[in-house]
Design a protein around this ligand. Structure first.
Ligand SMILES: Cc1cc2nc3c(=O)[nH]c(=O)nc-3n(C[C@H](O)[C@H](O)[C@H](O)COP(=O)(O)OP(=O)(O)OC[C@H]3O[C@@H](n4cnc5c(N)ncnc54)[C@H](O)[C@@H]3O)c2cc1C
Length: 469
């Protein structure tokens, strides 16, 4: 950290996903001099990389997937202005008691209830335009998904998404949104929350990877590399960590703060998402029209800690996921249009761990146990039953699970020995460093997390504003 200090700010935010964007918006609206540092690039909608391979390489860390120590689970995390919101499907849920109960139990924070978070959810929902997905344009894969739930005694309903005017009547396919929405109908952060902040004078520096922080008396220094070449350093009064579990844990470990935060990296959780593809003798065209029209909304599944998702990968994703090699693999790829898909999402209940090896590579231990395996089998059987009951000739399970939802590493709680972030969203022992993103989650909720990340960040930024506003 010996580069000259380039500039000073009241607040610096590291990361521009849902959490960083909300902090930036609230601070900018209050007139606070604020800088957002983002490792990824800025993509206006007409510059999204269109070939799938390019988009994986450019809007995700490590080309799309970072495998865990077992090589059975691939973490997907966004690396661009907007973070994961560029690629997300904008399916938004308020957490229920199944999510908040285990949060309260482990953190001993009492505002983790549907009622306690209600005012912040209301504000978060007002930031985005949310509506149920229109069923009119659903494809055959969605029909199999929703009718399959009913056939086996489960409930699925249309998903609530932050989107508008998706132009399905003009042949638009929402699967494109996985690489960024080219018509800006999806309410991603750059399109909504960050736009307001930039209009209010927010400073944004893309392509800057923060590497070290140094808390000093009344200030925090942030050092890192711009465009993989220039070393830069900034000073701020307050710092917000919004780099998500892997990003925040890495910065704090690299900064040598692990010894002062005994729980750092220790409470890491994922949702493992396995794809099950049914091969039909007719066209299904799972890639057409609206995407993820339905989702499981069934208390029986909540109790068992899994749900089914109505997804489908883009072609390169399918090639990664389909088992087999050579001709047999090629033969199924050719039948892209005849594949239907049911994805199973399993909530992990046991903590994994994030660490750095001696070369600075992240070691990702998802901590999954026999209990997760057991629930994975139950969910897989249901997916197989649904697909075969509609006439799938063959069914393939993906060779690994993907984990687009990851949590913890800096889990919230009252006890500094077992948690990193206190109930006022400050790092234990570091009153000038705030965090309210997915890394602060006490454990895995089993639900889509983005709305709660927005709500927590709104609550945290109101507290930060009492000190800098
Ligand atoms: C394909 C996909 C679909 C999804 N669909 C949904 C959905 O429908 N609904 C839902 O609720 N959730 C969904 N998610 C998950 C959701 O996108 C994430 O949970 C959410 O984006 C996490 O928000 P965050 O602010 O905690 O972190 P992120 O969005 O991950 O943002 C962190 C940002 O920090 C940056 N960063 C990290 N380290 C550094 C550093 N050292 N220096 C500078 N910048 C750094 C990263 O580049 C990134 O931009 C999906 C995710 C994926 C990948």
């Amino acid at each position: 950290m010996n580069a000259k200090i380039r500039d000073s700010y009241e607040v610096i935010v590291i990361g521009s996903g849902p959490s960083g964007s909300v902090f930036a918006r609230q601070l900018a609206l209050a007139g606070v001099r604020c800088l957002v540092l983002e490792a990824g690039r800025y993509f206006p909608r007409h510059l999204f990389p269109m070939p799938e391979i390019d988009s994986n390489a450019q809007i995700y860390w490590s080309g799309g997937l970072e495998m865990d120590t077992t090589c059975r689970h691939g973490i997907m995390r966004g690396k661009a202005v907007g973070g994961g919101s560029l690629a997300y499907q904008a399916i938004l849920y308020r957490f229920d008691e199944y999510a908040f109960g285990p949060w309260r139990a482990v953190s001993r924070i009492d505002f983790f209830t549907p009622e306690g978070m209600h005012p912040w959810y209301e504000q978060a929902e007002a930031l985005l335009q949310m509506a149920p997905v229109d069923e009119t344009y659903r494809n055959e894969c969605s029909r199999i998904f929703v009718e399959g739930h009913a056939r086996f005694g489960y409930i699925a309903k249309p998903e609530l998404r932050a989107q508008r005017n998706c132009r399905w009547d003009q042949g638009n396919d929402c699967i494109m949104c996985l690489g960024g929405c080219p018509i800006d109908s999806k309410q991603s952060m750059p399109h909504t929350v960050l736009k307001t902040a930039l209009r209010q004078g927010l400073h944004l520096l893309p392509e800057f990877e923060a590497e070290h922080i140094e808390p000093t008396q009344g200030a925090v220094l942030v050092g890192g590399t711009y465009r993989k070449r220039s070393k830069l350093r900034f000073r701020c009064r307050k710092l917000v960590l919004a780099g998500a579990p892997l990003g925040n844990t890495r910065i704090l470990l690299q900064s040598g703060l692990g010894s002062r935060l005994p729980a750092l990296g220790k409470n890491f959780y994922v949702h493992t998402q396995w794809f099950h593809f049914g091969l039909f003798d007719r066209e299904i065209c799972a890639h057409r029209g609206p995407f993820q029209v339905y989702g499981s909304q069934d208390p029986k599944m909540r109790e068992q800690g899994f749900k089914l998702e109505n997804t489908f990968p883009r072609p390169a994703g399918l090639a990664w996921l389909l088992p087999g090699y050579g001709r047999s693999h090629h033969a199924v790829m050719r039948k892209f249009r005849q594949l239907s898909c049911v994805e199973t999402a399993i909530r992990s209940f046991h903590p994994g761990r994030l660490q750095l090896d001696r070369k600075g590579h992240m070691i990702i231990d998802c901590g999954l146990t026999a209990d997760e395996e057991r629930r994975t089998k139950i969910a897989r059987q249901l997916a197989y039953d649904i697909l075969s009951s509609f006439g799938a000739g063959k069914i393939f399970t993906s060779r690994f699970s993907i984990c687009p939802h990851h949590f913890g590493g800096l889990n919230m709680g009252v006890d500094p020995k077992t948690s990193c972030v206190d109930p006022a969203f400050r790092l234990h022992g570091f009153p000038d460093i705030f965090c309210a993103d997915s890394s602060a989650f006490p454990n895995a909720p089993g639900m889509n997390p983005a709305l709660t990340i927005l709500a927590l960040s709104l609550k945290a930024s109101s507290q930060l504003l009492q000190e800098v506003g």
